[in-house]
Design a protein around this ligand. Structure first.
Ligand code: HSE
Length: 300
């Protein structure tokens, strides 16, 4: 029999929480199908959708690597084959590689009638994600994708992710400008040292955001959705970023910023209707600039 699993896109950083905060959307996302194979090991049979330059070799593929590391740890001798359906392109800032890795480990776990908890699955998904993040391992996308809702990454090595409560009125508009941006490049431009005053503002905002989410205090959430360290640098690379962010805030967003390493932008709102209005406001900016984009609306 075959197991079919969907794993969603994720918004990470959430402005102030670089590498340590993220939340999952309901859509878009990737789908992985896993079934038994007569051949030992793991074979990737099919990659469809936004499949550009995604390797078929299991050990070089984020979903493949994640499953291989889990098979090794569990000492599984059986062979498996996998199909990957990518609804998101790589390099959108929506955690495409993480979604495939999470869908893959979830599929294998279902196959084994779920012997592992999500906490136990996380390191395997992270093994897959490491293929794309190189030297800078970040667990924000995989953890948000695997847990759903909002998460905080307290530590990467050893990895520890914490789910946090949030008001379920939250919705999100995502505008994905169709330009290619590499996460590695977007990390290399960052400063390696942060002035103490910036750090103080940033961790104040992170704490405020977590408390705001847990209390359902929208004004506190809104005040806390500010980044004085990363977005000022990355924002310069994304055309239309400042204008679109301002447009979303004007249209009533609680906050707006770069999703992951970009180029996608997010606007966090308190209803689907508000997300639609903020999405529309951001879209108008890009239409005026003559730049192509996709727009997604989703509950959080
Ligand atoms: N937190 C990571 C970054 C996410 O901003 O580089 C990359 O998708």
């Amino acid at each position: 029999h075959a197991v079919k699993v969907f794993a969603p896109a994720t918004v990470t950083n959430v402005s102030c929480g670089f590498d340590i905060m993220g939340f999952a959307l309901r859509q878009p996302g990737d789908v992985v199908v896993l079934r038994r194979s007569g051949q030992a090991g793991l074979t990737i049979k099919k990659i469809q959708g936004h499949a550009n330059s995604i390797p078929f070799e299991a050990s070089k593929n984020t979903a493949g690597k994640a499953v291989l590391s889990m098979m090794k740890a569990l000492n599984l001798k059986a062979g498996f084959e996998m199909e990957i359906y990518k609804q998101m392109a790589v390099g959108t800032g929506l955690g495409s590689s993480a979604a495939s890795a999470v869908a893959a480990v979830w599929a294998l776990n279902r196959f084994l009638t779920r012997p592992l908890s999500r906490e136990q699955l996380l390191p395997f998904a992270l093994e897959g994600e490491k293929l794309t993040s190189g030297n800078h391992v970040h667990a924000d996308n995989v953890a948000a994708c695997l847990y759903g809702g909002f998460v905080v990454i307290r530590s990467v090595a050893p990895v520890e992710a914490l789910a946090i409560d949030y008001p379920h009125a939250l919705h999100c508009a995502i505008l994905h400008p169709k330009i290619e941006i590499k996460t590695a490049d977007m990390r290399n431009i960052l400063r390696q040292h942060v002035p103490l005053n910036d750090a103080i503002q940033q961790w104040g905002n992170i704490a405020g955001l977590v408390i705001g989410l847990q209390k359902g205090d929208f004004e506190l959430i809104s005040r806390s959705l500010n980044d004085v360290i990363i977005e000022p640098i990355r924002g310069k690379i994304i055309p239309g970023y400042q204008q679109a962010r301002q447009a979303a805030l004007q249209a009533g967003a609680l906050g707006s910023g770069i999703s992951g390493s970009g180029p996608s932008l997010f606007a966090l709102t308190t209803s689907l209707e508000s997300a639609r209005q903020c999405g529309q406001a951001m879209a108008e900016v890009y239409q005026k600039l003559g730049l192509d984009f996709d727009l997604y609306l989703s509950p959080v």
